[in-house]
Design a protein around this ligand. Structure first.
Ligand code: FMN
Length: 180
């Protein structure tokens, strides 16, 4: 099958997630097309058998380019089996309301755009302390400390469960394969 992986990113971690998904799809014998939605160019949505969309949350929002991409292509996306991978740190929080808020982001996106994915996965993201500037590092460390996350700012931390992501992608592709 031809499967697109459309992604948005601010700091690059979702690009890594999208690349990992594309590599898994190829390993499973499918043709993967990896597309950064912030770059102009053909999307190929109409030629796909399925699509996986991935984007992070920054200050409670998906990247504007990702939301615009969905708004522009929602009628073509609606004709395909689709999966949404939302990347956030709230989903890994020790505080229940933070996790619940993170779980609500996909539904907010569906209401905002009028498009709805067939399957949803909430993945924990990364803390890129080394790459943050002084103020962002200070702010992210404070938030992370409150939420029971990593506080060692001398290195970056990936909280993503690659096994859970892999399982989600496998299950989605198997479901799509069954109905093709
Ligand atoms: C400035 C900033 C704001 C963020 N805001 C949120 C947020 O509101 N909720 C959340 O769960 N995670 C938040 N995060 C965590 C990101 O979702 C996480 O770092 C993710 O891995 C970023 O993905 P990206 O590298 O693809 O941009 C924020 C991170 C940064 C740096």
């Amino acid at each position: 099958m031809k499967i697109a992986v459309f992604y948005g990113t601010v700091e690059g971690h979702t690009r890594k997630i999208a690349g990992t998904i594309a590599a898994q799809l190829e390993e499973m014998g499918h043709q993967a097309m990896l597309v950064d939605v912030s770059q102009p160019g053909p999307t190929g949505v109409g030629e796909m058998d399925a699509a996986i969309l991935a984007a992070p949350i920054h200050v409670g929002q998906y990247p504007p380019a990702f939301v615009s991409f969905i708004q522009n292509w929602k009628s073509q996306l609606a004709d395909l089996p689709t999966a949404l991978v939302t990347v956030s740190l709230g989903i890994a929080s020790k505080i229940r309301v933070e996790r619940e808020e993170a779980e609500s982001f996909p539904e907010q996106l569906f209401e905002q755009t009028g498009w709805r994915a067939s399957r949803v996965h909430n993945a924990a993201g990364a803390l890129k302390y080394v790459e943050y500037d002084f103020f962002k590092r200070w702010m992210m460390r404070r938030i992370s400390e409150m939420e029971g996350g990593p506080v060692d700012t001398s290195k970056d931390h990936e909280l993503t469960s690659w096994d859970q992501l892999r399982e989600f992608v496998s299950n989605f592709v198997l479901e799509v394969d069954m109905v093709q």
